[in-house]
Structure formats: structure tokens, C-alpha cells
Design a binder for this molecule. Structure first.
Ligand code: PAF
Length: 280
């Protein structure tokens, strides 16, 4: 496993792999790796890719400086973990390497950047698009792997690839959950003991919501989820929306051929957790 911090060295190593007729797989991360990330790595390895993993906490996607400051970072344990897998390259640039000058690019990510995450984290997806485009230009992978937990991010990346006309297959991988149902996330490490004990309630409520589909309208299910979460002493809903997964339009009826997903963001003990569940 080669660890590289400079883009030119990265391009050279990937060029050599291409020379050996390898397909390039890419798993971009912000570190604090967990089983969710490892599932992306396994997906890439099962495709036989020359595997590049990046670890970079991207400042431009944080709309809250406090969140950036406290984002969990542990490069040593991340690298130790990756050594257990046949990862070919790990790219760990410094901020100056990725942003030698201010990135002023603005991407048209509509409609994905205006509701749900986009509404509560203004500028977040533009920052994601900035860094992912830079990483894509550097790695030029055949396939890139992202977790379905960040459902809206996945939609944004697909849009980005189409805007930039990049020939990269974007592969969404299923949410990986703890035994008690909590969706894995680097931020879970920041939960207090009480917060961690309470957190599975989010997925339990989403599961009840799916069961309610038989006898309730989407709006009734939406109201149920919001009130259940808000009645929990430690939680507050930021949003819960039931939308079609391709265009993220709210659904008024279950009678649509499109796949329907319920997306939630919850404030828990000063932390923000997101999750989602498919209705069909
Ligand atoms: O999902 C993440 O970890 C980040 O948003 C990503 C895609 C690595 C961009 O910084």
C-alpha cells in the first residue's frame, strides 16, 4: 500500500497501473474510517480494480467552522485499518495541495442542492462538488464508490459527473448499520454515551414509517416521524421528507412507479445525524 500526498505523484502511479491494463477504482473519504467505508473498499476489490482511497477532510464542504474543527481525524488508525486490505494507493493530501488557491467555482447542482441537506447546509454540496471534481480529475477512475447513507450526495455526484462529462461509473453502496440499527457514520464517534444509546431510535422510527405505508398517506407518515422524533427528550428533527429518489420531488401518494425514499436529519446532543429508508 503506497501512501501519496502529492497530486503529480498520484497521477504517475495511476498512469503506471493503467499501463498494466488495470481498471481504476476510487473510494474518496474524509477518514475516521468505519465498516461503511470498508464496504466501499470491498465493492471495489470485488470488481478487481486498482484501488485508490483518499483521506482528506475537505474544508469547503463545511458550512459550520465548529463542525470542521471537531470532525474526527485519526490518520494513523485509518492507515492501520487500510493495511488489512489490498488497497494499492492511499492519497492523503494537505489542504494546500488541494487548494493552492481559493476555489471559486460554483456548480449548478439543482434540484439536489436546495432542499433537505441543501437547505440546512448551504454551500455544502458546492464544496463537495469542488473537492470531488478535483479528486476525479486527479484519479480519473473507471468507477467511484459512495455510500447510500449520503443519498443526496450520491445524486449530486451523479449530476456532477454529467455536468463535467466524465466517463466515471458512480456506484452507490447500501447503508451499513450497527447491530442496533444506527447507520454507520464517522460522526457517531462524537456521540455522548446518552446520545449513542438514544441514536438507534431514528432507524426504529423509520422502520415504523415503512410499515405505516399500508394504511397512511405519505403526509401522515411524515407527520408521524417528525412528531415521534421531536417527542424524544434528546432529539429534534431538522427535516424528514418523503421523495422520489431520481428527482427528489415530494410525493403526495404512494402510487408512483418511481422509487420512494424517506430522508431524515436529526439533531441529537449537538450532533447532526442523517439516515434514510426506501418505501419502495
Ligand atoms: O462523503 C464524504 O466522506 C465526503 O463528502 C467526500 C465524498 C469524501 C468529499 O469530501
Amino acid at each position: 500500500m503506497k501512501i501519496i500526498t502529492r497530486t503529480d505523484a498520484l497521477k504517475e502511479a495511476i498512469g503506471n497501473a493503467r499501463g498494466e491494463d488495470r481498471t481504476i477504482g476510487f473510494v474518496p473519504t474524509m477518514g475516521a474510517l468505519h465498516d461503511g467505508h470498508l464496504s466501499l473498499i470491498r465493492a471495489s476489490l470485488s470488481n478487481g480494480d486498482f484501488l485508490v482511497v483518499s483521506i482528506f477532510v475537505n474544508p469547503t464542504q463545511f458550512n459550520d467552522p465548529n463542525d470542521l474543527e471537531h470532525y474526527p481525524r485519526n490518520m494513523k488508525s485509518d492507515l492501520d485499518l487500510l493495511k488489512n486490505y489490498p488497497v494499492d494507493l492511499v492519497f492523503t493530501p494537505e489542504v494546500e495541495e488541494m487548494y493552492p488557491e481559493k476555489d471559486t467555482r460554483v456548480f449548478d447542482l439543482a434540484p439536489f442542492d436546495s432542499i433537505m441537506e441543501g437547505k440546512y447546509r448551504p454551500g455544502h454540496f458546492n464544496g463537495v462538488a469542488q473537492i470531488v471534481s478535483k479528486l476525479f480529475y486527479a484519479v480519473m477512475p473507471d468507477r467511484a464508490y459512495f455510500g447510500q447513507k449520503d443519498f443526496q450526495q450520491l445524486a449530486v455526484i451523479r449530476k456532477l459527473v454529467s455536468i463535467l462529462r466524465l466517463d466515471i461509473e458512480i456506484i452507490g453502496c447500501p447503508i451499513i448499520r450497527e447491530k442496533d440499527g444506527l447507520a454507520m457514520s464517522s460522526r457517531n464517534k462524537l456521540l455522548s454515551k446518552a446520545g449513542r444509546a438514544a441514536a438507534p431510535f431514528i432507524y426504529q422510527t423509520l422502520q415504523k414509517a415503512v410499515q405505516m405505508k399500508q394504511s397512511h398517506t405519505p403526509e401522515e407518515v411524515r407527520e408521524y416521524v417528525i412528531s415521534e422524533i421531536n417527542n424524544h427528550p434528546l432529539m429534534e428533527t431538522e427535516y424528514f421528507e418523503i421523495v422520489e429518489d431520481q428527482n427528489i420531488h415530494s410525493v403526495k401518494s404512494w402510487k408512483t412507479k418511481a422509487n420512494i425514499i424517506g430522508c431524515i436529519a436529526v439533531q441529537l446532543n449537538g450532533l447532526r445525524l442523517i439516515d434514510n429508508v426506501y418505501f419502495h
